[in-house]
Design a protein around this ligand. Structure first.
Ligand code: AMP
Ligand code: MG
Length: 416
């Protein structure tokens, strides 16, 4: 079975309210093996709603609609539905009584406008709403089942769970999603390596996304059972891991920081950070992970040169000769954190976050990252494009990835 989702409301088309109902519904349908072909947002206009319903019903057997069932003149979904069905609106006596009771229980007078909430197209069926005044509607447009729910997310979710989900015969297929997260590779390079896996048909679909500084390969698999869908996901995830090797840092909920945490935990080792341009962001990402107190000791945010000298022991000669954004200072910061915070590993960041402060020799986006450990110190130079926020996030993630590769072994560290 395939579905199309329609969200109705001027507040949605105008961008004043973020449309979240379809995202939630799409996930619910996937769990039940129903493939979502598309989402559409439509303004509060009877003719537009009728046209969108007719088009959606042409394209999919199931159309889920939210919003536009309120009591006011701008809520026109039931009128649009009647138009698409070529039916009249009639009053449903039970619904009217329930709406009257709803107001009586709250000791409030019922508004005339609320009467329209008891109306629905002839031949349509009421979906009771136990927590609001707007009942939902089940109807047929062409050969498709159209289910209309209130727009208020809480009411929509309750109506879906209690009344719609039980009607949706579990599709004979199960749909599962998974994602494989990558570091140290751009989205287009990853897309090139995975191109032949990204064909858009069949029971497995692979795509890439870049979000929050992380590139991921997304896998969607259908199967006739949970086990079969899982097996299809695992087979493709295995191919992705084989092709991308240590660029894969985790799957699902994993983050770069949690991947680093797992490696440190396995070794029983600790880490600290010395941060200039990231201002503590590496420490923040590390401590976002529950249980990070097991391996993370602390951070020195050494923004000023005097702090770099006093708390991290960076030599004034290095600062004078090379400047704060330099290989020598990055290395000294990491070594300083390692010894003053007493950890097995330390990471440092120093760079020009912009928008000002760049020069021909040291442009905005130039960063030095260092990893220090018992056996040595390694410094990496990067040019991270983007605005200040993007540059700082990339720097922090880059630092974590260099540590991760070092923890994996010298070979992986060289491949970085
Ligand atoms: P309605 O049922 O159209 O009267 O919608 C009632 C309220 O629910 C709106 O004012 C929005 O705040 C909210 N709402 C409606 N549709 C959505 C949606 N698709 N996503 C998030 N909120 C919504
Ligand atoms: Mg509305």
């Amino acid at each position: 079975m395939e579905a199309i989702l329609l969200a109705i409301g001027d507040e949605l088309t105008s961008g004043q309210t973020l449309e979240t109902n379809s995202a939630w519904l799409a996930q619910q349908l996937a769990k039940r093996g129903i493939w979502v072909r598309g989402h559409r947002t439509v303004r509060d206009d009877r003719a537009d709603i009728a046209a969108a319903l007719a088009e959606a019903a042409d394209a999919a057997e199931l159309v889920l609609v939210t919003g536009g069932l309120g009591p006011t003149a701008d809520d026109l979904t039931r009128q649009g539905l009647a138009q698409a069905m070529g039916a009249e609106l009639v009053t449903d006596d039970d619904s009217l009584r329930q709406i009257e009771d709803f107001f009586a229980r709250r000791n409030r007078p019922m508004n005339e406008g609320n009467r329209i909430q008891a109306m629905l197209p002839e031949s349509a069926e009421v979906l009771p709403n136990p927590i609001g005044t707007a009942p939902g509607i089940a109807a047929r447009v062409g050969g498709s089942l159209v289910l209309v729910m209130p727009g208020v997310p809480r009411e929509m979710r309750k109506m879906f769970q209690e009344q719609i989900a039980p009607r949706l015969a579990n599709g004979e297929k199960v749909i599962l999603f998974s994602s494989v997260h990558l570091a140290g590779i751009g989205e287009s390079d990853a897309g090139g390596i995975l191109a032949d896996l990204m064909c858009r048909s069949g029971d497995v679909i692979v795509g890439t996304t870049a979000s929050g500084g992380t590139v991921s390969a997304r896998i969607t698999a259908r199967g006739s059972s949970l086990a079969q869908a899982q097996q299809r996901i695992e087979q493709v995830a295995g191919q992705i891991r084989d092709r991308l090797g240590s660029k894969v840092f985790g799957e699902g909920e994993a983050t770069l920081a949690s991947a680093v945490g797992d490696l440190l935990t396995r070794r029983g080792q600790s880490v600290s950070t010395a941060e200039s341009c990231t201002g503590g962001l590496v420490a923040k990402l590390l401590t976002d992970v529950p249980g990070s107190s097991g391996y993370f000791r602390g951070s020195v945010v050494a923004y000023d040169n005097q702090v770099k000298q006093r708390l991290l022991g960076v030599a004034s000669g290095d600062l004078e000769a090379h400047g704060a954004v330099s290989q020598a200072v990055a290395a000294a910061m990491a070594r300083g954190a390692r010894s003053s915070l007493g950890t097995d590993w330390a990471l440092s960041t120093t760079g020009i976050a912009g928008p000002g402060g760049g020069s021909g020799e040291k442009p905005v986006g130039l960063v030095y990252l260092a990893v220090a450990w018992e056996g040595g110190t390694q410094v990496f130079e990067h040019r991270y494009p983007g605005d200040r926020e993007t540059m700082r996030l990339r720097t922090a993630l880059g630092a974590l990835d260099h540590l991760r590769r070092r923890l994996l072994g010298p070979q992986e560290a060289r491949d970085a």
